[in-house]
Design a protein around this ligand. Structure first.
Ligand code: GDP
Length: 311
């Protein structure tokens, strides 16, 4: 199955929420605004139900009311505007420019990437998939198992590191995660590895402790290598909906995230969370996950996502 088919299948539940409201509507007459028909009201409810968020939904609705295109096409365009406020790219696409996502590498800035997120969101498996992705792209990856709070995390990461053929640095349970991150950055330098992916704890005794520890890891990485980590990515479970957005806000405030990876889009009807993240947090979505396999995590492309969702 191609990635697009997987993505389309993964987004089935969200599509089922949106599709009924888009398919019956007629285009509006050219000389009149689109009247507020039942289907538009249904669509508004569907967008909110899919977790697109109230402010994005309001903007989408007002552009749909002005549009003379069939509703489904107008919705695609409105979603693109939300997901890619950079109009240049959107208008290039309208002229038929289609990026080859699978062949475009999502270049991480710098050499150290810190990955954060609460337990259970799919952080460990996402890190493994990222390691696999970058190894395949010719990067030499070193994983740092800095979740020393959770005993099983190191073993799980080691297993995945083996599969992805990446190097790994780990410490004893309870070891200082920041010291370990420091060692990992140095080890990468001496072993000639060009990308360090740092796994971090997803739960501590309190949320305050967790954020303080994350900040410390971030500071210590900067001591090991000036200017790093240039990437701090949050892994977010799409099934947690608006609650996930609140998590994202807390991590963003503490760490100034540079990107988000959204997992488990296949398990939810709330795939619109992707729009909320871009719109509310102004953060780019780097990768999305639609399954448990190594190949089920891919770079995010707005046009492809919208097409898979509504096409
Ligand atoms: P962590 O606690 O955040 O490190 O979470 P794990 O990486 O251990 O993953 C928790 C569960 O989520 C595992 O069973 C993963 O296979 C599953 N998982 C991760 N990503 C996805 C995804 O995109 N879709 C689905 N359906 N499951 C996923």
């Amino acid at each position: 199955m191609s990635w697009f088919q997987r993505l389309r299948e993964g987004l089935t539940r969200t599509r089922q929420v949106l599709a009924p409201a888009t398919q019956q509507a007629e285009p509006a007459p050219v000389d009149q605004p689109r009247p507020l028909r039942r289907s538009l009201e249904e669509l508004e409810l569907a967008l909110v139900a899919a977790d697109v968020g109230t402010s994005a939904t309001a903007e989408i609705m007002s552009s749909l009311e002005r549009s003379h295109q069939p509703l489904q096409e107008a919705l695609k365009e409105a979603l693109m505007e939300q997901l890619e406020p950079d109009r240049m790219r959107a208008s290039l696409r309208k002229l038929g420019f289609k990026p080859q996502v699978a062949r475009t590498l999502v270049e991480p800035k710098g050499q150290v990437m810190m990955v954060v997120g609460v337990n259970g969101v799919g952080k460990t498996t996402t890190i493994a998939k990222l390691a696999h992705y970058y190894q395949q792209a010719g990067r030499r990856v070193l994983l740092a198992a800095c979740d020393t709070f959770r005993a099983a995390a190191r073993e799980q990461l080691a297993l995945w590191a083996g599969r992805a053929e990446a190097d790994m640095v780990s410490g004893e349970p309870g070891a200082d995660p920041a010291a370990l991150a420091f060692d990992a950055v140095q080890a990468a330098r001496s072993r000639g590895r060009d990308l360090v992916i740092i796994d971090t704890a997803g739960r501590l005794h309190t949320k305050f402790n967790l954020m303080e520890e994350m900040k410390k890891v971030q500071r210590v990485i900067a001591k090991a290598q000036a200017g790093e980590p240039k990437e701090v990515w949050l892994v977010l479970d799409a099934t947690t909906g608006q609650n996930g957005l609140a998590q994202a806000r807390a991590f963003h405030e503490a760490l100034q995230l540079t990107g988000v990876v959204v997992t488990k889009l296949d398990g939810t009807a709330k795939g619109g969370i992707v729009v909320s993240i871009v719109r509310e947090l102004k953060l780019p979505i780097k990768f999305i996950g639609v399954g448990e396999g190594l190949e089920d995590l891919r770079p995010f492309d707005a046009a492809e996502f919208v097409e898979a969702l509504l096409g």
